[in-house]
Design a protein around this ligand. Structure first.
Ligand code: TRP
Length: 339
């Protein structure tokens, strides 16, 4: 039995768009902190796969299906317990789309005109001197923040752990919830709060910039050992000679090592930097550490991907629990608006 909301626990909710294979940056920045929160008895946790959000930029059905399974398998392999966390696929909860329209009908267009992702596309068209500033922009991209608001509001979320780039979306969700409550003279909709973990923002990628799919500098979390080693050997370094003492500050290899090694191991590598260590050797140490930590999870991950019915069952279970929460709230909302 999952815990119901009657026991006044805070609701923590977050979603992941299936638009790529999970990488080490996702793991450290988002997945690991979320799983840690889910273990705390202070929260009811909702984690979901935002497959409808992925529709706006990914138009290949089989690739989408693959990403959905990869993300679900990642969370399950890393220890998400579907009996404790409500873990579901957004598209299984049709109530979210009903709420989406209800919220669309009261959301201010001007609010969405100011959304960063939309504005960036308009700016790009302007820079290209395209006479149509909305060229290439779908209504899906434009309405994206409203669907996100529906995801959040549908489950009375108190806290929404997100990356910095998503904070504006939570502000939009707050705005929309407040506006609904004001228009319909109610306090039915919970006002959510974004939660940004500042310490986890800067996981460097292969080229030293933030690890991100859009920079093409990622290390897939469950790359097979051989591939993992190959990628780590590609990490960009400076041209210091092996025997020169090196700075750990701003060093990609060292930063990644810190995320996986014990304090003792970290101190030891810092000493080696001080004494002078070759980059190749430092990379080998990093590879061995990451491989050691991830191998048991990788095995579970591969098992799940080879047995997708296990994933389907977990998501179906989650969808049942999620709908049991969404249905009564949607009924109250409909009653409130006279439908
Ligand atoms: N837009 C989020 C991202 O790309 C994913 C997402 C969809 C989400 N709906 C959400 C995150 C609701 C938090 C809450 O990262």
């Amino acid at each position: 039995m999952h815990k119901t909301q009657e026991n006044h626990k805070k609701v923590v909710l977050t979603g992941v768009t299936p638009s790529g294979t999970p990488h080490i940056g996702n793991y450290i920045g988002a997945i690991k902190p979320a799983l840690d929160m889910a273990k705390s008895s202070a929260f009811d946790a909702y984690f979901f796969i935002a497959d409808y959000h992925s529709l706006i930029k990914l138009w290949d059905a089989s690739v989408r299906q693959q990403y959905i399974y990869e993300i679900a398998a990642t969370w399950l392999a890393l220890g998400l317990d579907p009996s404790k966390v409500i873990f579901y696929r957004q598209s299984d909860i049709s109530e979210i789309l009903e709420l989406n329209w209800i919220l669309t009908s009261i959301a201010a267009k001007g609010l969405l005109n100011r959304a960063h992702a939309y504005k960036a596309h308009v700016d790009e068209n302007r820079a290209q001197e395209n006479p149509d500033l909305d060229a290439g922009i779908t209504m899906g991209l434009y309405n994206y923040p409203i669907l996100m608001a529906a995801d959040i509001i549908m489950f009375n979320a108190d806290l929404v752990p997100v990356g910095k780039d998503q904070v504006q979306h939570i502000e939009i969700a707050r705005d929309i919830a407040n506006r609904f409550n004001h228009i319909y003279k109610t306090s039915l909709l919970k006002i959510p709060t974004a939660m940004v973990d500042e310490s986890c923002q800067t996981i460097p990628g292969l080229d030293g910039r933030k690890m991100s799919k859009s920079y093409g500098n990622t290390i897939p979390l469950f790359a097979p050992s051989k591939k993992l080693r190959k990628l780590i050997m590609k990490i960009k370094t400076n041209s210091q000679a092996p025997e020169e003492p090196k700075s750990t500050e701003g060093c990609t290899i060292f930063s990644l090592y810190q995320q996986f090694a014990s304090q003792e191991e970290i101190d030891h590598l810092a000493d080696e930097y001080q004494k002078g260590i070759g980059w190749g050797q430092a990379k080998q140490i990093l590879f061995e550490k990451i491989d050691e930590v991830l191998t048991p999870f990788r095995e579970k991950y591969e098992h799940l991907l080879g047995n997708t019915h296990i994933i389907d069952n977990a998501l179906e279970e989650g969808a049942k629990k999620a709908r049991a929460i969404a249905k009564p709230l949607l009924s109250s909302i409909k009653q409130q608006i006279g439908i």
